[in-house]
Design a protein around this ligand. Sequence first.
Ligand code: CO8
Length: 258
Amino acid sequence: MEFVKVSQNGFVTTVTIDRPKALNALNEQVIKELEEAFDAISPETTRAIILTGGGEKSFVAGADIGFMQNMTKAEGEAWGTFANAVFRKIELCPIPVIAAINGYALGGGNEISMCCDIRLASDNAVFGQPEVGLGITPGFGGTQRLARVIGSLSKAKEIIYAARNIKAEEALRIGLVSAVYPQAELMAAANKLANDIAAQAPIAVRNCKRAINEGIEMDIDRGLRLEANIFGDCFLSEDQTEGMTAFLEKRKEKNFTN
Ligand code: CO8
């Protein structure tokens, strides 16, 4: 793949969008390669995924503006539909995905980060949905996910209507990211979190992702029934026996399976 690089370290897979000359802007090829990369990741060998951007300046500076400049209505709609399907695949990936946001996360960059489970940012990160300044709306989920992620319609509308970029500290304050690190420490922090996740029972972690993501779309009673059902499923796994036995035997080492 030309623009997406994949590396493996133990149970952690890192996917890097690597098109630094265009600040990792998303064109059709980048999105196709991202799909290919995520399709190839298996829970057999991966327990946590890190998604980041190549170079020092940018996570993803948005969809490729040159690629979109002369689109017709039909082409614009097809482009949005195609990319949304791939973004949704990332969101629904059963394995937790951490976005390590190492610079600009604008437009499609902010939108792809919001498909990830957890967002960590470097102190130079800049977030925003600048689309209205280009005469378009966010088209890769920004109008849908930003308010859901930060839990404030008012703040989401302010950011989107005024095309207002925000810095890492504000992103932290409004809950768009979970933590901010000096840029040189971001990947170490992302890897530490990924390894902390990878050390837990992987089936239980994947079940938590399902329960949280599906439950958030439900009323509380249906959500609690879903949780009870998924909780019950855990007792079908060897990891439940291993996890509880290790505790009762006061054993630190646990042999979790996938
Ligand atoms: N698309 C294409 N090329 C880009 C993009 C982009 N989004 N962002 C940066 N680049 C390119 C620049 O054109 C430049 O290329 P070149 O060297 O060939 O001139 C190179 O990357 C470096 O960029 P700059 O020289 O501009 O770097 P600066 O440090 O001066 O500025 C910025 C960095 C502030 C990030 C600036 O590049 C910028 O504003 N970029 C555009 C940000 C933006 O508007 N993003 C939103 C794009 S629209 C979008 O994401 C919509 C998604 C949904 C579409 C749905 C359709 C259905």
